[in-house]
Design a protein around this ligand. Sequence first.
Ligand SMILES: [Zn+2]
Length: 160
Amino acid sequence: MTYLRVAARRNECCKVLCTTCGGLPFLKGVMRAIGCSFVMTRPMSLSDETAIQLTDELKLLDPAPIDRADIEPYVRFLVCQIEYSLGVNFLSERLKGSWAGLVLESMIDHHARLVLNRDMRANTDKKTRSRLRDAKAMRLAIRDDAKARRDTEYRRGRES
Ligand SMILES: [Zn+2]
């Protein structure tokens, strides 16, 4: 897949879910490069056969270390397209032991961390909210207490 290097050099868009081009120019280029006649009309619309073919191409990918950083975003983009058709389990099974497999693993780690952070944030929010609730309850209790004391003093004042 020397096309990935070409795309990187041309700086083709490979933003996942790009609202401007959907990464279609790049995807079409990849399809042409692997000799696939499938006509892309929108992203995330790979047929299963095409997705499998693409997976096997990715598995063969063994870029020189110096090219890896340039190519990786394009691989990530393709992985997303394939995952949409075939699922992540198929992908990680099929890509096992390849460089693209490592890219996929780092994506899964990254995603897991995002989800974890989100959950942690939600938990912290919950804790903060309950602490705020406690603090408010405490303030109300103190106020009621002060009011009760004032009332008692007032009553005592009238009685004496
Ligand atoms: Zn774009």
